[in-house]
Design a protein around this ligand. Sequence first.
Ligand SMILES: NC(=O)c1ccc[n+]([C@@H]2O[C@H](COP(=O)([O-])OP(=O)(O)OC[C@H]3O[C@@H](n4cnc5c(N)ncnc54)[C@H](OP(=O)(O)O)[C@@H]3O)[C@@H](O)[C@H]2O)c1
Length: 281
Amino acid sequence: MNIAIVGGRGQLGRELAQTLGPRHSISILDLPEFDMTGRQGIEDLVHLKPDLVIHTAALTDVDRCAREPLEAFRINALGTQNVALACQRAHAAMLYISTNEVFDGTKNSPYLELDEPHPINPYAASKLAGERYVRMFLDRFYIVRIAWLYSLGGNHFPGKIIAGAKRNGSVAVVTDEIGNPTYVPDLARAVTELIETEHFGIYHLIGEGYTSRYEWARRVLQSAGMEDVPVTPTVLADYKRDSIPPSFGALANFAAGTTLGIRLRPWQDALAEFFEHWNRT
Ligand SMILES: NC(=O)c1ccc[n+]([C@@H]2O[C@H](COP(=O)([O-])OP(=O)(O)OC[C@H]3O[C@@H](n4cnc5c(N)ncnc54)[C@H](OP(=O)(O)O)[C@@H]3O)[C@@H](O)[C@H]2O)c1
């Protein structure tokens, strides 16, 4: 397939390009030469005549989205509208990457694909608006909700915990934010399988199982041989930031798991592999 990856130089986009590269012809589209919020970018996308557009680009700084909600809407919602319209014109299928944050976090078991989204912060509202544009303009789409990404070279939670531990000798981490740590190479493999099915729809692709930020931090420090570093439990209410995440934000991979047999391995196994690589760098 001819696949265009919008946001192809981001954390997920890079890994997708590498994983899909041997089997498909890949075009990477990203700032500064490609801007999905402008009309020229859309013309460029149409002229590539892709079979599939994988759209990973976003304003991912959730706190900035909270401070500048119109900018979040311009990039994440209107940018996605543009990409969807380009797919419509090019007769391309689209895979839109969305987020676990579209849910409000009040459920006490993992969110299924059929649960009703209810965003509680501007980042999540702008990503959900993107989902709605995709559904409005296209018949052939995948919406893939993901969570808590990390990979070598990315800007992510395990790296921040290790840096904080080295700098301060201890870390304070929230116990009441729950999610699914997701290793980007595992996600890229699952996306590669999904796009070959042409089984369009809404999917949750996440590392199997879920945990709190606090337990994840403890596991990270253990894996890095830093288990002696104290981890102080704290709560979201005491951790002042501009964007409030859903408290129970764990997703369940029900649709891809049961219908297509596409699953990611348990998050603890993936983290162990990540640290095998990390410890060698
Ligand atoms: N990271 C997570 O834990 C997480 C969790 C749930 C969902 N997601 C979603 O997953 C997707 C990928 O996340 P990621 O961590 O790979 O993000 P990332 O590393 O920030 O990559 C996003 C890419 O999009 C580009 N971009 C931003 N605005 C653009 C525009 N107007 N036109 C073209 N490209 C633009 C960025 O360029 P610049 O760097 O130059 O701005 C960047 O290269 C996003 O849609 C995000 O909402 C991520």
